[in-house]
Design a protein around this ligand. Structure first.
Ligand code: CTP
Ligand code: MG
Length: 394
C-alpha cells in the first residue's frame, strides 16, 4: 500500500494569538511543524510527505523544512477543510496517486511511529481510521452566564486526534463533496473524519496517545516544552560501528555510498558490493544490537544477488524507526588509494541522507589512503569503516 502524509499548516493560529503562526514558533530548538514533518519523512512506511501552507508562509516553511525530503508544499485555503482538499488534489496529480493518506495537523508535534502503525493496520478493515481517547472527565454544558445548563453522559464519548488515516479515493471524493457546503457547515468540519462521516464512510477508532497533544492556545507551548524535555531524558544514545572490505574485480560497476563512481574496476561481492553502505548498515544494526547485515539479508539467498544495497540501508533505517528511535549522526570512512572520494563525497552524503529520510547535515562521508601500505595500498580492494549514533527510547 502506497501511503502518503499531508501536514496541514495553513491556519493562522488566531486562538494562540502571536503574529507568526504557531506552527513556526520554536519548540525545543526546532519550529513546531518540523517535529512532525521529520518523523513522517524518515518513516520507511510512508512514500512521501507534503505540507499544506499559508500563501504568505513560503519563506518560513522553507526555513522550517530545510534538509527534509518532502514533496513541494501546497497552498491551503480559508478553512481546514479547504486546506485538506488542496493537499489531496495535489497528491491526486502524482504520476501514481496514493492508495492511502495520513492527514495530520502541524499543531500536533508528538505523533509516534507506534500510532502510525495502529492507523495503517486499521485501514485494512475500514476506509478510515482515527486516534481516539475515551472522555474521562464529566462533561457539562454551560449557558451564556457560565452556569451549568446540563450534564452530558460521557459513556461512548471520545476525544479524537490526528493523524487520521484514509484510503485515498474515498476521502478525496468526500472532501470534494464537502467543498460545496455553505460556509457555516464547512467551518464545522474540524477534522477529516467529520468529512468522511458526511460521505457515509466507516471510520474506525484506534487508541490515541495522551502525549499527542494539540497546540491551540499560548498555555499549551510550555506543556509541550516540558513534554519534549521529558522525552529527551528518556532517549539514550547508542553507538554502533561497522567495518567491511571488498576486493576489486573487473567488469563490475563501482558503487560507493549509494553513488555510481566512474572507475576501471568495480568490487566483487554477492550484492552490488557497496562497501561503504555495508559498513554503515552494520554500524546502525550494531547501535540497535540487532546483529549485522548478513543476519537480515543472508548472502546464501539468491534474492540479494547483485542487489542494490540501498534497500539494506532503508531496512536499517526502518529498524531505527520501528524502535521509536532516530539517527543522531553517521560517519563513514572509505579507505582506498583510488578512486579519489572527495569529488563524490557531497553526492554520497546527500544520497545516504535521502535513503534514510534524514538531514544531510547528520551524515559524513570521508576517505583516507593507507600510504600505499597493505591491501588497500596495493589497490587490491576498498575497506570502509562507519560509526552510527542512534537515540533510542530507554
Ligand atoms: N489549518 C489549515 N488551514 C486552515 C485552518 C487550519 O491548514 N485554513 C491547519 C492548522 O495550521 C493546524 C490544523 O489545521 O495545523 C488544526 O487547526 P487549528 O489548531 O485550529 O489551527 P489554526 O486554525 O491555525 O488556529 P486557530 O483556529 O486558533 O486560528
Ligand atoms: Mg482553526
Amino acid at each position: 500500500m502506497r501511503i502518503f502524509a499531508l501536514v496541514l499548516a495553513a491556519g493562522r493560529g488566531l486562538r494562540f494569538g502571536t503574529d507568526r503562526p504557531k506552527q513556526y514558533l520554536l519548540l525545543g530548538r526546532q519550529p513546531l511543524i518540523r517535529h512532525s514533518l521529520a518523523l513522517l519523512a524518515r518513516d520507511p512506511r510512508i512514500a512521501g510527505v507534503a505540507a499544506v501552507i499559508g500563501p504568505e508562509d513560503g519563506a518560513a516553511f522553507a526555513a522550517a523544512a530545510e534538509g527534509l525530503a518532502l514533496l513541494p508544499p501546497v497552498i491551503g485555503g480559508a478553512t481546514r477543510q479547504a486546506s485538506a482538499l488542496a493537499g489531496l488534489e495535489a497528491l491526486a496529480l502524482l504520476p501514481t496517486p496514493p492508495d492511502a493518506v495520513l492527514i495530520h495537523d502541524a499543531a500536533r508535534p508528538f505523533l509516534s511511529a507506534a500510532l502510525l502503525g495502529r492507523l495503517m493496520d486499521a485501514l485494512a478493515q475500514a476506509p478510515g481510521a482515527i486516534p481516539a481517547l475515551p472522555v474521562t472527565d464529566t462533561i457539562k454544558r454551560a449557558d451564556a452566564a457560565m452556569h451549568v445548563a446540563g450534564t452530558i453522559a460521557r459513556a461512548g464519548l471520545y476525544r479524537v486526534q490526528t493523524p487520521q488515516a484514509f484510503r485515498f479515493a474515498p476521502i478525496l471524493a468526500a472532501h470534494r463533496a464537502a467543498a460545496v457546503l455553505p460556509g457555516e457547515a464547512a467551518a464545522a468540519l474540524t477534522d477529516d473524519a467529520a468529512v468522511a462521516e458526511l460521505a457515509g464512510l466507516a471510520v474506525a477508532l484506534v487508541p490515541g496517545e495522551e502525549a499527542n497533544m494539540k497546540i491551540t492556545s499560548a498555555d499549551d507551548l510550555p506543556r509541550a516544552e516540558a513534554h519534549l524535555a521529558e522525552l529527551a531524558g528518556q532517549m539514550l544514545p547508542a553507538v554502533g560501528t561497522g567495518f567491511d572490505v571488498h576486493r576489486f574485480a573487473p567488469g563490475r560497476p563501482l558503487v560507493l555510498c549509494g553513488v555510481r563512481v566512474a572507475h576501471p574496476l568495480g568490487l566483487a561481492g554477492h550484492s552490488d558490493a557497496d562497501v561503504g553502505l555495508h559498513a554503515l548498515c552494520d554500524a546502525i544494526y550494531g547501535a540497535l544490537a540487532e546483529g549485522d547485515i548478513g543476519r537480515h539479508f543472508p548472502p546464501s539467498e539468491a534474492a540479494w544477488k547483485d542487489a542494490d544495497s540501498a534497500r539494506f540501508l532503508v531496512h536499517a533505517g526502518g529498524r531505527v524507526a520501528a524502535r521509536g528511535g532516530r539517527i543522531a549522526n553517521l560517519d563513514v570512512t572509505l579507505i582506498c588509494e583510488r578512486p579519489k572520494i572527495a569529488p563524490h563525497a557531497a553526492a554520497m552524503m546527500a544520497r545516504l541522507a535521502e535513503l534514510l529520510g534524514i538531514e544531510a547535515s547528520r551524515v559524513s562521508v570521508k576517505a583516507t589512503t593507507t600510504e600505499r601500505l597493505g591491501f588497500t595500498g596495493r589497490m587490491e580492494g576498498i575497506a570502509a569503516q562507519a560509526m552510527a549514533t542512534v537515540l533510542v527510547p530507554e
